[in-house]
Design a protein around this ligand. Structure first.
Ligand SMILES: Cc1cc2nc3c(=O)[nH]c(=O)nc-3n(C[C@H](O)[C@H](O)[C@H](O)COP(=O)(O)OP(=O)(O)OC[C@H]3O[C@@H](n4cnc5c(N)ncnc54)[C@H](O)[C@@H]3O)c2cc1C
Length: 526
């Protein structure tokens, strides 16, 4: 289950839990969200109604945007000087001092960037609906590329060898099909399959594995060519398959199921110009007058008139009191605020454990991955600490581009976390060049890295709920359920309170849920 959550996304992990009967069956149904409109509050409910939103990430900005539609007076307090929270795009001019005190300045060329946090959006996520509503242009994002490489250690001749996904898939599917067909033909499945079933299965396997007439996998043009087919009598030279036992024992197919995941299956999308475009668009619609950037919240308390929040901005202490507060500050940081939250709520917040993840982007002044490896987008995967190398999905065929030299999580990210940027870069280049060769070490013009455990105002990539088995789904533990309910006038929102943890969709649906709850309450109490 842990593996499903880590690589397959929330939907897959949660779906699998439901199938296994582990997911809650009696959980309270989510509130039905209907976008608010001016007439829902103004003229219907007396008086003015105010909400202070703590945090200007996806959950905070979405809450503010939806509440404003009905005429609520909303103030967003955001500690950083930019919107988006963990949706953070590094481009020329980005500057960040991490919790170790190291300052990096990003000097990528004009128009080049990479997303240090959120980078892709599945078709089912409401993130795409907000892109439509806010007029944020989107483009395709490659979660799968037959030309990228897999490279794993194993006790076989394939150990440490870079193999294209297309070759790894052709051989794995080919041999699996051959074996299953053989077993079927030899009667191993006679207890479960009729003659007709076996014929249909054989037909499928012959096609799926590209088998010969006598049911063997002998290689396939699907693997690719040593010399490409071309004009006239140039039929090309097909690459030869690896041996069956080598393919099985090397585990080169270990990442094939990644894009089978509900949340990772193609097509995937991303905003043109960086994921943060969505939150700059939210900011424009909410109005910068209603968002205080550089406002670090230090205190949040229920009081008789509502909720009083204290913060520092521009070097001075300030305070605001509103009817309600929506707190989207990451759960493990909330306990650091001065507060009058009950003990069981503070205990519940502590059950959301922080996690490690990070990326490093290298700008190359030559797109060798396109000209030499014929790779246009997608990622190479490995069991080295870098985990994967992601290729740019923009500026195709131009003269430069930003490669994400690692995107690793958990233990593999911890191997980078305590390093300086220069050390991270050296390690990333050393491991990457074992996959893509010596060219990986040349034509580097600049680089920038981010490690979420070391990033101020986050100190975590995403929450792992104690007792959830590490999946990206919210867990129906008492602590999780506790935070779904308000503490008097204080509401909690964020991806950690959803079944799409580590997805913007989770933060946005959580925001909608809280907005609906507050509005129902305001209407009832009127
Ligand atoms: C490495 C990585 C990869 C990801 N990949 C994807 C992806 O491909 N697709 C996808 O959809 N999602 C992805 N996500 C998840 C996505 O970024 C989160 O789900 C989303 O940002 C959660 O939004 P949020 O508002 O709940 O929290 P946050 O984004 O964390 O926002 C919380 C806000 O609170 C602010 N804050 C903190 N402390 C204070 C304080 N004291 N005072 C005031 N403000 C404060 C923070 O600055 C921040 O802006 C990824 C995340 C990471 C880290």
């Amino acid at each position: 289950m842990k593996g499903l959550g880590a690589t397959g996304g929330a939907g897959l992990a949660y779906g699998a839990m439901s199938t296994l009967g582990l997911a809650p069956s009696t959980a309270a149904p989510a509130r039905t969200f209907q976008p608010l409109a001016a007439g829902d509050l103004i003229g219907k409910v007396k008086g003015s109604h105010s909400v202070v939103v703590l945090g200007g990430g996806p959950a905070g900005l979405c809450s503010a945007f939806e509440l404003q539609k009905a005429g609520y007076t909303v103030t967003v307090l955001e500690a950083r000087t930019r919107p988006g929270g963990r949706v953070w795009t590094a481009r020329g001019g980005t500057e960040e001092t991490d919790l170790s005190g190291e300052t990096q300045k990003c000097t990528f060329s004009e128009g080049h960037f990479y997303n240090v946090g959120a980078t892709r959006i599945p078709q089912s996520h409401i993130t795409l609906d907000y892109c439509r509503e806010l007029g944020v242009e989107i483009q395709g994002f490659g979660n799968q590329n037959a030309n990228t490489f897999v490279n794993y250690q194993s006790g076989t001749s394939l150990s440490g060898q870079s193999v294209t996904y297309r070759a790894a898939k052709a051989d794995t599917f080919g041999y699996m099909s051959e074996l299953l067909k053989k077993a079927t033909d030899q009667g191993a499945l006679d207890q479960v399959l009729s003659r007709e079933d076996k014929d249909a299965l054989s037909e499928f396997l012959s096609d799926f594995g590209d088998l010969s007439d006598d049911g063997r996998y002998l290689g396939s043009s699907r693997r690719g060519y040593d010399s490409e087919p071309g004009a006239g009598l140039n039929f090309g030279t097909e690459k030869k398959p690896f041996a069956m036992q080598e393919v099985i024992r090397s585990g080169i197919g270990r990442n094939f199921s990644f894009d089978f995941g509900y949340d990772q299956a193609m097509m995937m999308f991303t905003p043109v110009g960086g994921m943060d475009r969505i939150y700059y668009a939210f900011q424009d619609r909410i109005g910068t007058d209603n968002i205080v950037f550089g406002a670090e919240v230090t205190s949040m308390k229920n009081v008789s008139e509502g909720v009083t929040v204290e913060y520092t901005a521009g070097g001075s202490k300030k305070s605001i009191t509103a009817d309600y507060a929506i707190c989207t500050i990451p759960p493990h940081l909330v306990g650091r605020l001065q507060n009058n939250l009950p003990g069981d709520v503070l205990t519940a917040l502590k059950a959301a454990k922080p996690s490690s993840s990070g990326k490093l982007g290298i700008e190359y002044s030559r797109r060798w991955w396109e000209t030499e490896d014929r790779i246009y987008g997608g990622a190479s995967n490995t069991d080295k600490d870098i985990s994967q190398i992601m290729f740019p999905y923009d500026h195709y065929n131009s003269d430069r581009g930003v490669v994400v030299a690692y995107y690793s999580s958990g233990k593999r990210q911890e191997a980078f976390e305590s390093l300086t940027h220069r050390q991270r870069l050296a390690k990333a280049i050393a491991e990457g060049s074992e996959i893509h060769g010596e060219k990986y070490t040349r034509d580097i013009s600049s680089s920038f890295s981010g490690s979420w455990r070391r990033t101020k105002y986050s100190e975590s990539a995403w929450a792992n709920w104690a007792g959830s088995g590490g999946s990206h789904g919210g867990a129906a533990t008492p602590e999780y359920e506790k935070l779904l309910e308000p503490v008097d006038k204080i509401y909690f929102a964020g991806d950690h309170l959803s079944n799409a943890i580590a997805w913007q969709h989770g933060a946005l649906t959580s925001a909608r849920d809280v907005v609906t709850h507050i509005h129902e309450r305001v209407a009832q109490e009127a």
